[in-house]
Design a protein around this ligand. Structure first.
Ligand code: DGT
Ligand code: CA
Ligand code: CA
Ligand code: ZN
Length: 570
């Protein structure tokens, strides 16, 4: 089950969506949205707080705190049930389309009787929306893009959603097993996960299968057997548990980690060596004997290969590199010495500066950059005065954290032409500037390329933030000549960010590998808007590994002096 905070946050987000359908005032809708974000990002567990404790959560007042208590007592919120009852399920189905707002969904339902995504996907090309107020060609195109995005995402979930489930199951089963780990795409750190594969080693599978099928997160048992049991969680995610004898652990873990393409290659190598590799183990073909393979290292060794890190197992050249003894020493979470992108409640973060800095200090880092949004993201209401006051506060706070160097930075907005919020003179007052695209995502390729390259060339810009601006399952990456951008980044020493937020993971792994060829340097950043978000860095590291990055490629594994030298800010 999700963290109680996430569950409550989802309810308030839904409440906000439904209220906007019923025509509730915008400020009220926003209040619930803000509360949802605050609750999701709040460090303390809402299920343990009393009314007073709840009211200390930013953006949570008396009324919302009471609704949380109501939820805890009854498992639901009365006001939410009331609006749910007012809004037809058909409208709610339509609002699942990322590019269709609740108001337009209601119009489609009321005026045309459209009540499902499939129906809408047919109605648009059939011209049924023509003449409907507020639905021009551009809107139609947008909706179709949203449907396409949604269909492509299919039933896959973001990596953090799958990880939470996997870790809960591994923790529950480990006491009953010799070994227990998650395998499949999750172990390879793919950006989205189809289903979770859990592998356990035990002499007797019975108790493991029983415990698994009875876990509180199970909504449905799909198949129950001695070697494999599959369940569906309350959130609809499928989890397969396989139990193997301890002597097959290494071969089974290798098999179920995949990818299929990587396994095809390892099996071929086995065949050439007179061996047979399957989920049951590694066998000598002639004698039929099981070659004991308690670890993956042993399996790879018998194949004449060094152990291949799971994040490389995509048949993307890792077998060849392994045979040549040239696998990269991949960057790890422990290598990070700091974070170059974070927000506070001065803009859209939910934690005050002091809390963000304390959380960074607790990581044992050497440096930490605070990079709140610059003024052109108008909703955030930044001003020069606020920014300079924050700088003072950062300097003062720095004295309380002698082991942590605080960098006062900002996240600039790359405007339509590649300009950023402030002139060079003001920019030079910052220790570190991230610049990102936050608007006009659909510019054509040439315009977008010129726009981003211009920002990259700006001497006041140090990091290109979430470069493709994609939101997984919700917004396409911008169209851009990435070779031109990467070439420029390498030349101007502009660092390319790998934003670790699970719905961004931006730059994606395939583009990381492309950028690497230009000698680009990267930063793995949390883009944290709450203290808990620092934990997302693990997904940024996973993505960096899938891009074959070593610590030398990642600037925030470097000592601060080297980083400053590279950026020319020393
Ligand atoms: P997913 O679940 O779509 O995110 O991706 P995976 O890679 O977790 O795929 P999944 O769950 O179908 O299978 C887990 C692993 O088991 C897969 O990476 C490799 C192995 N595997 C499953 N079926 C086959 C198969 O038919 N042939 C081979 N060689 N390996 C398989
Ligand atoms: Ca899987
Ligand atoms: Ca599976
Ligand atoms: Zn941003």
């Amino acid at each position: 089950m999700g963290r109680p905070n996430d569950e409550v946050a989802e309810l308030f987000q839904e409440f906000a969506d439904l209220l906007s359908i019923t025509g509730e005032a915008a400020y009220k809708v926003r209040a619930y949205e803000k509360a949802a974000r605050s609750i999701a990002g709040y460090a303390e567990d809402v299920s343990t707080l009393d009314l007073k404790g709840l009211r200390r959560i930013p953006n949570v007042g008396e009324a919302i705190a009471k609704k949380i208590l109501d939820y805890r007592e009854t498992g639901t919120i009365r006001q939410l049930e009331a609006v749910r009852a007012k809004i037809p399920a058909g409208v709610r189905a339509l609002t699942a389309i990322p590019t269709l707002g609740p108001k337009k969904a209601l119009v489609l339902y009321e005026d045309l009787g459209i009540s499902s995504v499939d129906e809408l996907a047919e109605a648009i090309p059939a011209g049924r929306l023509e003449g409907l107020k507020g639905f021009g060609a551009k809107t139609e195109e947008n909706i179709l893009r949203g449907i396409e995005l949604m269909r492509r995402a299919g039933d896959r979930v973001l990596i953090d959603v799958a990880m939470e489930v996997a870790e809960e199951i591994v923790a529950a089963l480990s006491p009953l097993a010799r070994r227990c780990e998650y395998a499949g795409s999750l172990r390879r750190s793919r950006e989205t996960i189809g289903d979770v594969d859990i592998l356990a080693a035990a002499a007797d599978s019975g108790p493991l299968m029983e415990t698994f099928a009875a876990l509180p997160l199970v909504a449905e048992v799909i198949a129950h057997g001695d070697t494999k049991t599959s369940i569906r969680t309350v959130k609809g995610l499928q989890v397969d548990l396989r139990v193997v004898p301890p002597e097959s652990w290494g071969a089974a873990l290798q098999y179920f980690t995949g990818s299929k393409a990587h396994n095809v290659r390892t099996r071929e190598i086995a065949v050439r060596a007179g061996l047979k590799l399957s989920e049951y183990g590694l066998f000598d073909v002639e004698s039929g004997d099981l070659i004991v393979s308690a670890t993956e290292e042993e399996v790879y060794e018998r194949l004449g290969l060094p152990w291949v890190p799971p994040t490389l197992r995509e048949d993307g050249g890792e077998i060849e590199a392994a045979l040549r003894g040239e696998l990269p020493r991949l960057v790890r979470l422990e290598d990070l010495r700091g974070d170059l992108h974070s927000h506070t409640d001065l803009t859209d973060g939910i934690a005050p500066l002091e809390d963000m800095v304390a959380a960074a200090a607790a990581q044992g880092w050497e440096y930490f950059a605070i990079t709140d949004h610059a003024p052109n993201l108008f909703m955030q209401r930044m001003t020069d005065e606020k920014m300079l006051a924050q700088r003072e506060a950062v300097h003062a706070l720095g004295e309380r954290h002698p082991d942590l160097t605080l960098l006062h930075g900002t996240e600039l907005n790359i405007d339509a032409d590649g300009e950023v919020d402030w002139p060079e003179e003001f920019l030079s007052g910052f220790d570190l500037c991230v610049a990102s695209v936050h608007s006009l995502f659909t510019q054509d390729r040439d315009t977008m390329t010129r726009r981003i390259v211009r920002a990259v060339e700006n001497p006041g810009v140090h990091v290109l933030g979430h470069p493709t601006a994609r939101l997984i399952g919700r917004r396409e990456p911008v169209d851009c000549d990435w070779d031109a951008v990467f070439e420029s980044c390498a030349r101007h020493h502009t660092v390319v960010e790998i934003d670790a937020f699970p719905d961004r993971l931006d730059l994606p792994a395939d583009l990381i590998r492309r950028a690497l060829r230009y000698g680009v340097k990267f930063s793995i950043d949390s883009d944290a808007h709450a203290t808990g978000h620092l934990a997302n860095l693990r997904y940024g590291v996973g993505t960096a590994q899938r891009g074959w990055l070593t610590p030398d490629d990642v600037v925030n594994t470097w000592p601060l002096d080297r980083l400053r030298d590279y950026l020319g800010t020393g």
